[in-house]
Design a protein around this ligand. Structure first.
Ligand code: MLT
Length: 335
């Protein structure tokens, strides 16, 4: 067989190469670059599996994955009061496949840790806020006081003897315990865990006396009567526990801790990925499967203006100033 002349062979090769490129150009590049997301997305949680942050992350992830058409894999990176996870995400490849869910700890860490290796306000892109969650003050089931006024007397009578479980410096359980200690005027011994899931197990096992923790983990144990419940940390009573007094009502005037949650991406994540992830977040915040579960666990979905990147950024800025001033005044440091 006689080989075709060189020019004819070259023309054939060229048309095989150029035709697909021309088609891709006509399709605006969509053919060459499949639309986001094309694989599973990782959502990093700073605390232990099974705990309150993890419950919000997994319920949210299940709902968002319905919109995204890809799974959201929750990764628990625990340690250092919830600061290891943001440090990891700040350094992750900003490709739209790694996100972080975190709470008030994003605002308190810069004041608590003088050597924080990341900057919450500078090292992330913002997706939006999720839900606000009240906290509950719990005692082990066999702790003698049955209500808050009796607990206050008991704490004074046992000054220096009560221990409080928490998720380490930077966790809201630690923040709540710090404020409680100040409000009571009694020294509490803090016992840190990798999250409030193991902290609650220690309370259920009677190894620690008290724990301040979010309703997203505590409601089932309160309803089952596994713990003593002394009060809620919001200024108003909450719908899921209507008969439970607030700590403010019980004499700790002005005592308020509300936990808020935001979603972040490493700085430099493509804006289109942030937009798609935010749209899936907003869809989840309307999804009955998510809203019903959050309502059962005492959490309030944030209003639409907080569900945006700008809503989260403005909020983080304000909270960083508020808690930063309080922590610096108290002179409490984690490092
Ligand atoms: C905390 O800050 O106490 C955390 O939310 C605990 C957790 O999620 O385990």
């Amino acid at each position: 067989m006689v080989a075709p002349p060189i020019r004819a062979r070259w023309r054939a090769t060229l048309s095989r190469t150029i035709a697909p490129l021309a088609l891709a150009a006509l399709c605006g590049g969509a053919w060459a670059q499949p639309s986001y997301p094309t694989r599973a997305i990782t959502l990093v949680v700073p605390f232990a599996a099974g705990g309150p942050t993890d419950v919000v992350a997994r319920t949210l992830g299940a709902s968002m994955s319905k919109t995204l058409g890809q799974s959201i894999v929750v990764e628990n990176r625990t340690g250092a009061g919830g600061t290891l996870a943001p440090n990891h995400v700040a350094r992750a490849t900003p490709d739209g496949y790694t996100f972080l869910i975190h709470h008030n700890g994003m605002a308190t860490a810069p004041a608590l840790y003088r050597k924080l290796p990341y900057k919450p306000l500078a090292d992330f892109d913002y997706v939006g806020q999720v839900a606000d969650v009240p906290m509950t003050l719990l005692g082990r089931k066999d702790l003698p006081p049955d209500d808050m006024p009796t607990f206050v007397k008991y704490a004074h009578a046992n000054a220096g003897k009560l221990n409080l479980a928490n998720a380490g410096p930077g966790a809201v359980s630690q923040l709540c315990g710090m404020l409680l200690q100040e409000a009571l005027g009694v020294q509490l011994t803090a016992i840190p865990y990798a999250g409030t899931a193991p902290a609650l197990s220690a309370l259920l096992g009677g190894q620690v006396d008290i724990l301040c923790d979010q309703t997203t983990q505590t409601i089932p144990h309160i309803k089952a009567g596994n713990v003593k419940l002394y009060g809620v940390t919001t200024l108003q009573r909450i719908k899921t526990l209507p008969d439970t007094p607030t700590l403010d009502e019980s004499g700790l005037k002005g005592f308020e801790v509300k936990v808020w949650h935001g979603i972040y991406a490493p700085k430099g994540t493509p804006p289109a990925a942030i937009e798609t992830f935010n749209a899936a977040l907003r869809a989840a915040l309307k999804d009955p499967a998510f809203t019903r579960k959050m309502a059962e666990l005492g959490a309030d979905i944030v209003p639409p203006e907080k569900q945006t990147p700008q809503g989260l950024q403005t909020w983080l800025q304000a909270e960083t100033e508020k808690w930063g001033a309080m922590i610096r005044k108290a002179g409490v440091y984690a490092d």
